[in-house]
Design a protein around this ligand. Sequence first.
Ligand code: IFM
Length: 438
Amino acid sequence: MNFSRSQFPEGFDFGVSTSSYQIEGHDFGGAGPTHWDTFAATPGNVVRAEHGGRACDHYHRYREDLDLVAAGGFDVYRFSTSWARVLPEGTGQVNAEGLDFYDRLVDAMLERGLKPAATLYHWEMPSALADRGGWMNRDVASWFAEFTEVITDRLGDRLWSVAPINEPWCVGWMSHFLGHHAPGLRDIRATARAMHHVLLAHGRSIEVMRGKGQENLGAVFNFEWAEPADDSPEAARAAQTFDGYLNRFFVEGVFRGRYPDSVLEGFAPHLPENYQDDFPLITQKLDWCGLNYYTRKLCAPTDGAWPHQTEVEGPLPKTLMGWEIYPEGLYQSLKRLHEYAGDIPLYITENGLASPDVVKDGAVDDQPRIDYLEAHFAAARRAIDEGVPLAGYFVWSLMDNYEWALGYEKRFGLVHVDFDSLERTPKASYHALKRALA
Ligand code: IFM
């Protein structure tokens, strides 16, 4: 790998990211049902109706998995806490076994010299709360505040950083407008409300943690770099609209206390009444901001209802997800995020690629992942050289896992997982990174 730790500033943190439902095995340890269990059980939603019931069995194998993180030379382990594992009904009675699991997990990170970077919500809403409207219900902010409190009280003294919610766009738009993720809705009013309530819940969660003296609080946004599909003014407008509802809605909300006009064009009749009154809570100070970046999108106009826009296939080489490989978009996104976030440290909290990796003679040759990471490291270095306060880079993902509606075949891991035997095999990219970080 044409990269080494020394090319990055002193103290720069390298890490790997995972999330609870994608790796733990939700059937274990008394976790309550979530909207992902029922979404996956509904024909047509998920490839082969696969679900996170066993996943990578990280619930039982976390020591072995954290050994791999530490042996790889990483500094940070980014993980998430499952709401339904801790509060099976979403509020009220705590599942002691679930909370104990995270307690042991955090201790196991510290024992290995890893910094625990927690995300409180990475997409599995407890069914009891989904039944009450989930993200569409304004009360989600107080339900989430209760969950935040339970986690902070038990783990807060040992967490290095905390972000309330992973990728608000996926929680809002992808799940309520495109219907690709649970709860699988396709409704603009539901989307507008969910997107606002995600930010409201973010704000309440930050408020709760600050109140308890918790430090190093941030937010994690996913950006896709938007470009027009051709030179026409219509395509430029389509790219602006896409950029508005995917990228700018959340950073404008959190850092500027407003929503972009290009999004209000579609959302205004559907946002909750007096939604502007929530901005003081939403815009609370953050200590850092995370960017999840994978690809760009080429945007073209369409007829019909707002957003009058679609994405078209681009000409660049693609990952197994069908996503174009576009490191320039990482550089641009970092510059953009810096404009919004000011001088607080930025982290690339996710970046990586899916490929059809197979174990052959005990090894996995995933050269495309090495190339992808190298190119994105270079883009990150370019942003740093131009003054972006980037402080860390976490690869998605430690190991192959449940890629949501796409099931288990999209392998994002530095470590291969055999989903029958559950055997872990570090890939060539893992070994290359280990050498580079040594
Ligand atoms: O697997 C997901 C993760 O849950 C959130 N960010 C993008 C990854 C790859 O699609």
